[in-house]
Each structure stands twice: as structure tokens, then as C-alpha cells.
Design a protein around this ligand. Structure first.
Ligand code: C5P
Length: 242
């Protein structure tokens, strides 16, 4: 189950250190990576990163940097110093922004170093549709922009993307096998869909080619979260073994 555990990312969508600590204590045997987003990081800062690491798990720092190239490169170096396993930027920041980040991380922590984080790009947020893109002057549809931005990220040297499970095929076609795909929007058959519209089960998402799954409420809202996480892990492991 260790393979599956390292591919399961729990969305730590809470806003206090105490709640974060409780989740890490409860789930660190099942979950390899905890995702810290803007709210929790803005409230609690690097202390919450340390808390997860001291609890025996890795961190996905989900801050989606998007700024001038130098600023993103410098922020990325700070994420590297925090020892996070994964962090991300918006591919819409452009080729140079991503390439400068990769160059800075390469210089501080070369590829192959076990401490090197996975550098991910967000293509198009799943909350955006074709109309949202038109509103910001992009006339191409989401289905065209997602593989295009994924390829741009790959060409800039990024390690992978965050994407809806339904977009995995398009991204694999554009970027090939050696490119990580992290997917939220995953719902095991026992859980509610909540506000996620385009969902897949954990097994189907892995079989479709996802490398990591981000899962929040199917675990946090379950009657017994540790049991829910264990059931998800079993489903993931079965897909990995098939
Ligand atoms: O509770 P749930 O499993 O829906 O949580 C998924 C996590 O992934 C949340 O932290 C959510 O913000 C994040 N996310 C998402 N869809 C995206 C990108 C991130 O659900 N496209």
C-alpha cells in the first residue's frame, strides 16, 4: 500500500494549526502528502508546513504563484527551503516565468536530488469555462488551452500539471508519459460529489493516467475518516496492481 499512500494527497482545508495537527495525527499512516492552500498558509505560515513534516508526511504547497519571473523564482526558492515535496504556479504566467523558476531550482537543488520538489503548473482552473476565458480575451476553448498550457509547462522544464481527471488523456497526448498529472475532483463511489461537477473514482483516475490524487471531503466528511482513507488506498492500490 506504500505506492498508493505516496500518491494520495489530502486537502488540508482547515484554518487552524490545531485542526491541521489533528488531521495529520489521524491520517499520516494512510496519506503520504498533505496539501496546504492559501487560506491555511496565510493564517498559519511556515509553521504549518513544519507541523506536517514533523508528523511524518510530505507537503504540497498549493499557492499557485503567478507573478513576474524573478518574483516567482525567488518564491520558489523559499518553497524549496521549506522542504515541501510539491508546489505550483499558474502556467498562464508564461514560458519565461516557469523557465526562470526551473533554472533557479536547478541551481539550488539539481534534478535527481531526493530533496528536489515536484514543480507543477495549473493550466486552466476548473472553475473557468470557455466564457470565462473569452472574458479575459482568450478566444480558444478550455479543451484547447489545457493541453497547450501543459505543453508550455513541459517545454519550460516543469515536472507536471494539476488537472481535472477528465483532462488526463488530452494532457498525456500533448506531453507524453514522463510528466506528472495531479488530479482533484476525485470521488470514491461511497462519497457525495459535493460541489465537484466532473468527477472520477480513485481507481478510474489512476487507470486514466493520473499520478497523484488530491482528495478532501470524501475523507474529511466521512463518518470515520481513517476508514475512508483506507478504503480509498485499497481502491488505488488495486488500480496500480492491475
Ligand atoms: O474536498 P475535495 O476533495 O473536493 O477537495 C479538493 C481539493 O482540491 C480542494 O482543496 C480544492 O480547492 C482543490 N482543487 C479542486 N479543483 C481544482 C483545483 C484544486 O478541487 N481544479
Amino acid at each position: 500500500m506504500n505506492d498508493a499512500k505516496q500518491k494520495l494527497i489530502f486537502a488540508l482545508d482547515v484554518d487552524t494549526l490545531d485542526e491541521a495537527r489533528s488531521w495529520v495525527e489521524l491520517l499520516h499512516n494512510q496519506v503520504g502528502v498533505f496539501k496546504i492552500g492559501k487560506q491555511l498558509f496565510t493564517k498559519c505560515g511556515p509553521e504549518v508546513v513544519k507541523l506536517v513534516q514533523e508528523g511524518g508526511a510530505d507537503v504540497f504547497l498549493d499557492l499557485k504563484y503567478h507573478d513576474i519571473p524573478n518574483t516567482v523564482a525567488m518564491a520558489g526558492l523559499e518553497a524549496l527551503r521549506l522542504g515541501v515535496k510539491i508546489f505550483n504556479v499558474h502556467a498562464l504566467g508564461g514560458f519565461e516565468m516557469m523557465a526562470r523558476l526551473v533554472e533557479a531550482v536547478d541551481a539550488a537543488c539539481p534534478r535527481g536530488n531526493p530533496d528536489r520538489p515536484l514543480l507543477l503548473a495549473v493550466t486552466v482552473l476548473t472553475s473557468s469555462n470557455d466564457e470565462t476565458l473569452r472574458g479575459i480575451g482568450i478566444d480558444r476553448p478550455v479543451a484547447e488551452m489545457v493541453p497547450r498550457l501543459a505543453k508550455l509547462a513541459k517545454d519550460a522544464g516543469m515536472d507536471g500539471v494539476v488537472a481535472s481527471p477528465k483532462e488526463v488523456g488530452l494532457i498525456r497526448d500533448a506531453c507524453g508519459e514522463n510528466f506528472a498529472i495531479v488530479t482533484p475532483g476525485v470521488r470514491p463511489s461511497f462519497a457525495s460529489q459535493d460541489d465537484q461537477k466532473r468527477v472520477m473514482t480513485p481507481g478510474d483516475a489512476l487507470r486514466a493516467g493520473a499520478d497523484y490524487l488530491v482528495i478532501g471531503r470524501p475523507i474529511s466528511a466521512a463518518a470515520d475518516p481513517a476508514v475512508a482513507a483506507r478504503m480509498i488506498l485499497e481502491e488505488m492500490q488495486a488500480a496500480l496492481d492491475s
